[in-house]
Design a protein around this ligand. Structure first.
Ligand SMILES: Cc1ncc(C[n+]2csc(CCOP(=O)(O)OP(=O)(O)O)c2C)c(N)n1
Ligand SMILES: [Mg+2]
Length: 341
C-alpha cells in the first residue's frame, strides 16, 4: 500500500489553523467517528437494517471539507457518505432517522442510507452508482457559473471511481468549461475486493487530473490539518476563477467494504499499520501535545458528541416508519404520482 501515513507530514503545525478551527475540526471528526461506529455496530447486530457503508478513516478528510466549504456550497457524495453528510452540517437526528428508514428522516425514510440528501444544507445528492456523482457535480457547477452565484461544488468519490468512464467525461468537461468544481478522491486503496494497483498502473491518482490540464494536489488524508490546508488552497483557487481542482486524499480502508463483509483478503500488516495512524487519534494527540486544546476541553467535546449521537439514535428509533401511501409521493420533483386502480 502507499505508505504516505508512515512519514510525519511537514504540514502538521497547529499554527496553520485558529483555535476555533481546531475545535471544529476535532468536533466534526469525532462526531463522524462516534456516529459511524454506532451505525456499524447496530448494523452488525441486526438492530439497524440498513446498507450503511463504514467511513472509518475518512473522518479527517470530511472534517477538513467541513471547514473548507461555505454552508451554501454544494456537495455530492457516494454511498460511503456519513462523513460527508455530517461535514455539510445536516443535523444528526434526521440523518440517523433516514438510515433507520423512519418518516422523520431527511428523505422521509424513503431514501435510506445510500440516498441521504438535504438541499437546505447544500448536500445535493448521494449516489450508489460508482462514479455517477462527478457528472452531477459538473452540472451543478455549470448552473452556478451561469447564475453567477459564487458557489462551488465539491464531489467525493473513491479510487475505484477514477477508473470509470463517467469520471473522465466529467473531469474533461469541467476543465474545458473552467467550472468551479472541487473533485475529492477519497483514496482508501481498495475498490471493494480490488486493490488500486489491480485497476491502474499509476500510483499517483492525482496525475489523472493533470491529463486534463486540471490543477491537483495529493494529501495524507489521515492528517486532518494537512488535508484542511490543501482543501482550503484548492477552494481559494476555484473561487478566484482558477477552474476545477482535484485533491487526492490518501487514506486506507480500516475494515471491509461493508460492516458485515469478509475482509480476510486485506493484508493484516497493512491494516495494523494504518490503524495506528487513524486520523481522530492522530489529531487528538497533536492537539494535546501542542497544548492547542486542553485535555479538559477535548473531554468536554467527546462527552457532547456522545450525547448528541445518543440523542439522534433515540430520536430515530422513537419515530414511525413512513405510511404505505408515501410510496407514491415525492417521485417527481413537482408532481404527485396518481395511481389508478
Ligand atoms: C457503476 C457501478 N459499478 C459497480 C458497482 C459495485 N460497487 C459498489 S462499491 C464498489 C467499489 C468502489 O470503490 P471505490 O470507488 O474505491 O470506493 P470505496 O467503496 O472504496 O469508497 C463497486 C465496484 C456500483 N455500485 N456501480
Ligand atoms: Mg476505494
Amino acid at each position: 500500500m502507499t505508505d504516505i501515513h508512515n512519514s510525519e507530514s511537514p504540514r502538521t503545525a497547529t499554527g496553520l489553523a485558529s483555535e476555533s478551527d481546531l475545535e471544529r475540526l476535532y468536533t466534526v471528526a469525532k462526531t463522524i467517528q462516534v456516529c459511524d461506529a454506532r451505525v456499524q455496530k447496530e448494523v452488525k447486530s441486526g438492530i439497524l437494517k440498513a446498507a450503511a457503508y463504514p467511513v472509518e478513516g475518512l473522518s479527517g478528510v470530511c472534517a477538513g471539507l467541513a471547514l473548507a466549504l461555505k454552508s451554501d456550497d454544494y456537495l455530492v457524495s457516494t454511498y460511503r457518505n456519513l462523513g460527508d453528510v455530517i461535514a455539510k452540517g445536516v443535523p444528526l437526528r434526521p440523518v440517523i432517522a433516514e438510515i433507520a428508514g423512519r418518516a422523520t428522516g431527511v428523505a422521509k425514510g424513503k431514501g435510506g442510507a445510500m440516498h441521504i440528501a438535504d438541499s437546505a444544507y447544500g448536500l445535493m445528492t448521494t449516489t450508489g452508482i460508482v462514479g455517477s456523482g462527478l457528472p452531477i457535480a459538473t452540472g451543478l457547477a455549470l448552473s452556478s457559473l451561469l447564475a453567477g452565484d459564487g458557489r462551488i461544488t465539491a464531489v467525493t468519490f473513491g479510487d475505484g471511481a477514477t477508473s470509470i468512464g463517467a469520471f473522465h467525461e466529467a473531469m474533461n468537461l469541467a476543465a474545458v468549461w473552467n467550472l468551479p468544481v472541487l473533485f475529492i478522491c477519497q483514496n482508501n486503496q481498495w475498490a471493494e475486493h480490488t486493490p488500486t494497483q489491480d485497476h491502474m498502473v499509476i500510483t499517483e491518482i492525482a496525475s489523472k487530473a493533470r491529463g486534463y490540464g486540471m490543477q491537483s494536489a495529493t494529501t495524507d488524508g489521515f492528517d486532518p490539518l494537512a488535508t484542511l490546508e490543501v482543501l482550503r488552497e484548492a477552494v481559494d483557487s476555484i473561487r478566484a476563477g482558477g477552474g476545477p481542482f482535484f485533491v487526492e486524499a490518501v487514506t486506507y480502508r480500516l475494515q471491509g467494504h461493508t460492516a458485515t463483509a469478509d475482509y480476510s483478503y486485506m493484508p493484516k500488516e497493512d491494516l495494523e499499520a494504518a490503524r495506528k495512524t487513524e486520523p481522530v487519534g492522530r489529531l487528538r494527540g497533536l492537539l494535546e501535545s501542542s497544548a492547542a486544546l486542553s485535555t479538559e476541553r477535548l473531554e468536554e467535546i467527546d462527552s457532547q458528541v456522545l450525547a448528541d449521537v445518543e440523542d439522534a439514535f433515540a430520536f430515530a428509533y422513537a419515530s414511525d416508519y413512513p405510511d404505505q401511501g408515501e410510496a407514491y409521493t415525492d417521485v417527481f420533483s413537482n408532481k404527485t404520482m396518481e395511481i389508478s386502480a
